[in-house]
Design a protein around this ligand. Structure first.
Ligand code: GLA
Length: 378
């Protein structure tokens, strides 16, 4: 992708780019819907990313060509308005940065991406973070990961209108090669956790789709808020499993199950971080399987295809564990698989899922990469 955006830049602008920046997509290993409950998540940045090759401009305009869309994106920093669909995240990020008092300079360039769109691998958060990195490079100010993540979340919530949490921006901004990232979504403190050396992270795309403006995501948020009110806390993060067991008898049955997912999931994330720190892929896999069951039965964010995919994955020899990942209601599952078994795993899961659903799944073997960075400067 780096060479593709560099080549296209040369064609468009007749020279080499001044900067090349990238920001990755992500897969969440465990900790789903816990971020907006002030809880814990354990995602990793993947080796699929948004790339921009660019050079500064003297005026305060942003002009961006995309390898994927024929329309040229762009806007004036003097007055940012809502625009075409694909550059909306750039506009939102520029708006958010200016709201946060960053002085922005104009630039022009070429955008390329190999993150599948709509699969739940956070192409939008990656676009926000790569945009922030582009502004930081031309403006000469420091890209501070958690501050940029917060501004990205604000762009997503207030500019784009998707009521999402902080996980996707945080991991795209601060991932580290060969590591997952334990994030405390209350204070945004982070810890890099090494991934098991003999295991491969496999993303299994059901090819069924969701959107964040889906009512399901927002409805889950409201149900979590209702449960927090019942326990008299600001967020479910503050309820321990024991307290939940002692006090939840009078809680509405549906809200009770929603809360049980969040509270048990927070515990699983912390146990998962411990397991990975010890290189224990078996324990990690067990926690992933439990997480899926909790999302299927208590939080009810899986669809039939996700359940079929996860079942097919869990049945394979060498699979430590598998679960749906991301917002849910479609999209991807993630599995942790022994490296020696990966070849057969991919073949068998593909065949089994295709046979049961009639759909052609997409399967990606992933490596954990660094978060947003400048990869080249002239
Ligand atoms: C989406 C949101 C995240 C998070 C996950 C669920 O990816 O963007 O903030 O809430 O869903 O864990």
């Amino acid at each position: 992708m780096q060479s593709l955006v560099t080549q296209e830049f040369a064609i468009r602008f007749g020279q080499r780019p001044t900067f090349i920046v990238r920001a990755p997509g992500r897969v969440n290993l465990i900790g789903e819907h816990t971020d907006y409950n002030d809880g814990f998540v354990l995602p990793m940045a993947i080796d699929r990313a948004m790339w921009i090759a660019l050079r500064p401009r003297d005026d305060r305009h942003v002009v961006l060509h995309s390898l994927d869309f024929p329309e040229v994106g762009g806007f004036s920093l003097h007055e940012i308005s809502h625009g075409r669909a694909w550059d909306e995240y750039l506009r939102g990020m520029a708006w958010g940065l200016q709201e946060a008092s960053y002085t922005l300079n104009g630039w022009e360039g070429v955008l390329g991406s190999d993150i599948p769109v709509g699969a739940g691998l956070s192409s939008s958060a990656a676009l926000e973070m790569v945009t922030a990195m582009a502004f930081s490079a031309v403006g000469g100010w420091e890209f501070i990961p958690d501050i940029m993540a917060k501004i990205g979340q604000k762009a997503e919530n207030e500019w784009v209108g998707a009521n999402t949490g902080i996980m996707d921006q945080m991991i795209s901004a601060s991932g580290q090669v060969d590591h997952a990232l334990l994030i405390d979504c209350r204070d945004l403190s982070t810890r890099h956790i090494p991934l098991p050396t003999k295991a491969t992270v496999v993303i299994l795309d059901t090819t069924t789709r969701h959107t964040h403006t889906d009512s399901g995501y927002n409805e889950r948020r409201e149900q979590c808020e209702a449960a927090a009110r019942f326990f008299g806390v600001s967020h479910l993060r503050d309820v321990a499993l024991k307290e939940f067991k002692d006090r939840s008898a009078n809680l509405d049955e549906l809200i009770r199950r929603r809360a049980r997912h969040i509270i048990s999931e927070n515990e699983r994330v912390l146990k998962a971080a411990q397991a990975l720190s010890k290189g224990d892929a078996v324990e990690m896999g067990k926690l992933m399987n439990e997480s899926h069951t909790s999302m299927r039965d208590d939080f009810e964010i899986t669809n039939a295809e996700l359940n079929i995919m996860v079942q097919a994955a869990q049945a394979q020899p060498g699979c430590f564990g598998a679960r749906m990942t991301g917002g849910g209601f479609g999209g991807c599952a993630v599995a942790l698989v022994h490296e020696d078994a990966v070849g057969a795993f991919v073949e068998n899961v593909h065949a089994s899922y295709a046979e049961t659903t009639g759909l052609d799944p997409k399967i990606y073997l992933c490596k954990a990469t660094n978060g947003a960075e400048v990869v080249h400067r002239n």
